[in-house]
Design a binder for this molecule. Structure first.
Ligand SMILES: [Zn+2]
Ligand SMILES: [Zn+2]
Length: 340
């Protein structure tokens, strides 16, 4: 099968690899689509990935073969794989936070287990059937949607909130759309790229602004029109600093986007305004099922959240570079085929 293999030094090559054999209690998945995640960009463009690995974890596909002992699944069934559940016993799980379970198996970004290829093996116990109302391609948005649901849940956002989202890329757009689906309407997206600002409005933001229009906070007190919650989705230090400046008394800043440079946090302001700073990572205890349900409900503008044109395996690296440059707004789907 063809696979997009990370070959080191920020390069990807399409190589022919053997089709994996599903082990006991595993199925073989024929990948329909796999989304490009910000993590994939960091791993490739910043060269953290291990040469020889195949990335891609936001996949959906159909069952192509059953391993030994697999029961209750049929060939051709359209599926995604659910999150690994928390162990239920470690101190994170006991505190009701299985997203940061201490016994979570490490992400498989570094081994040959990703889905920028035609086939991959997956544990049968984690499969979720894709609802009829949802295309397999759109179901590849399940994992990032589950993250957005977790992010919004941790933030405690309600329809009364005034929300700022910094960063109008795939993560910011999905967070905006999920907020909107949950009845939050007062959403402003801050984003430097004009096309991404337009897309933000299309997915449900009430306002989209350029970052330089966000005011600096006064020494004491708030800006004129403060926000109760800010979601920092860009990973840029300057965006996090600007987001903190926009918060109201008792406001909350949620760190969603990772990045190289660390923001400077004004602790005085955090103290005086009694701000809350939190991070969001991984999923709710309920896993991917609520995300699949939300995607199938029709409540999300999937045509705006997902880029219209699929990328093929040999187009993966150029697409990653365009995403990193902010030239693409929505989620880019990779179809595991080769152009030539
Ligand atoms: Zn991801
Ligand atoms: Zn645990």
């Amino acid at each position: 099968m063809s696979a997009a293999v990370y070959t080191g030094d920020g390069a990807i090559a399409v190589q022919e690899l053997a089709v994996p054999r599903p082990g006991p209690d595993e199925v073989l998945i024929e990948v329909s689509h796999c989304g490009i995640c910000g993590t994939d960009l960091h791993l490739v463009l910043e060269q953290y990935a291990r040469p020889g690995s195949v990335l891609g974890h936001e996949w959906a596909g159909t069952i192509a073969a059953l391993g030994e002992g697999v029961d209750g699944w049929e060939l051709g069934t359209r599926v995604v794989a659910d999150a690994t559940p928390g162990c239920g016993e470690c101190r994170s799980c006991r505190r009701g936070r299985p997203a940061v379970c201490l016994r979570r198996e490490p992400p498989d970004y570094f081994g040959f287990r990703g889905a920028f290829c035609r086939y991959k093996a997956a544990p049968a116990a984690r499969l979720l059937r894709i609802p009829d109302a949802l295309s397999t391609r759109d179901a590849a948005l399940t994992e990032p949607t589950a993250i957005a649901l977790h992010t919004v849940a941790l933030s405690g956002a309600t329809p009364d909130d005034r929300v700022l989202v910094t960063g109008g890329g795939p993560v910011g757009l999905l967070t905006t759309a999920v907020l909107r689906a949950q009845g939050v309407t007062d959403i402003t997206v801050s984003e430097p790229a004009g096309p991404r600002r337009e897309r933000a409005l299309a997915v449900g933001a009430a306002k989209a602004v350029a970052p330089e229009t966000l005011p600096k906070a006064p020494m004491a007190g708030t800006v004129d029109a403060p926000f109760t919650i800010a979601f920092e989705c860009s990973g840029h230090a300057s965006a996090a600093e600007a987001a903190l400046d926009q918060l109201d008394y008792a406001g909350t800043l949620v760190f969603v986007g990772t990045g190289h440079e660390w923001p400077r946090i004004n602790h005085n302001r955090t103290i005086v305004l009694e701000l809350t700073l939190i991070g969001a990572y991984n999923y709710e205890a309920s896993g991917f099922a609520p995300a699949l349900e939300l995607l199938a409900s029709g409540a999300l503008p999937l045509g705006e959240l997902i880029e219209a044109d699929d990328v093929l395996l040999d187009g993966l690296l150029p697409a990653m570079e365009r995403l990193a440059a902010g030239e693409l707004a929505g989620k880019v789907m990779v179809r595991p085929e080769v152009q030539s």
